[in-house]
Design a binder for this molecule. Structure first.
Ligand SMILES: N[C@@H](CCC(=O)N[C@@H](CS)C(=O)NCC(=O)O)C(=O)O
Length: 196
């Protein structure tokens, strides 16, 4: 299986870490989502990564679907099957992905819009989503065995470290400790750290 990949993507990182936890090998294939000629736009009409190219040529996206597929292949070791735990893990994954999305949109605003066209109100709205999500997670950091939600949260926090200078660390000591514990338990977190 080939994963369309870019080193800084928190969503690609989720898939790589999940695969490592589950003992599944993924081939990485570079992708440039900004290049209209990159085959990603035929593999995924949304032209987003990650996209997982299966051996039969079928393509899976987005990252929650890929994690669910990898988990299915490995006999459900990452996403709990018991309903209460399952929906808690899926909800945590959605919250962490949403946090990463709101962070990513702020980065894209800087990357794609000329300075004079920036809309501060919209940037503030995205920053507020990140702040609220962090506050909720700091109040009650995830517990228990590692799930898809934990993997997503580690990658979202890693993205804040990469693109926002790790400022979140100054105000969220419990989450910092949580991420340290995750990194100790999951060597793939350090192994997939994006280059600065
Ligand atoms: N919900 C998607 C988000 C994927 C996403 O936003 N990927 C970014 C890279 S980190 C991307 O491909 N951006 C290109 C674009 O938005 O055109 C997922 O979980 O996979």
């Amino acid at each position: 299986m080939r994963l369309r990949f870019a080193p800084a993507s928190p969503f690609v990182r989720k898939c790589r870490i999940a695969a490592a936890i589950l003992g599944i090998e993924l081939e990485l294939e570079d992708c440039n989502t900004m290049d209209p000629n990159d085959s990603i736009s035929t593999q995924n009409p949304l032209a987003k990564i990650p996209a997982l190219i299966l051996d039969d040529g079928d393509v899976l996206f987005d990252s929650p679907v890929i994690l669910a597929y990898l988990d299915h292949l490995s006999g459900n070791k990452l996403i709990p099957t018991e309903p209460k735990a399952r929906f808690a893990a899926l909800k945590l994954e959605a919250l962490a992905d949403g946090l990463a999305d709101a962070a990513l949109l702020q980065v894209y605003e800087g990357r794609y819009r000329p300075e004079e066209m920036k809309v501060q109100k919209w940037l503030d709205m995205q920053a507020a989503k990140v702040s609220r999500a962090l506050a909720v997670l700091e109040a009650q950091p995830p517990e228990g065995p590692i799930t898809n939600g934990h993997v997503a949260l580690a990658c979202a926090l890693g993205y804040l470290d990469l693109r926002f200078g790790g400022i979140w660390r100054d105000y969220h000591p419990k989450l910092v400790a949580w991420l340290d514990n995750f990194a100790t338990a999951v060597p793939a977190f350090a192994a997939t750290k994006p280059p600065v």
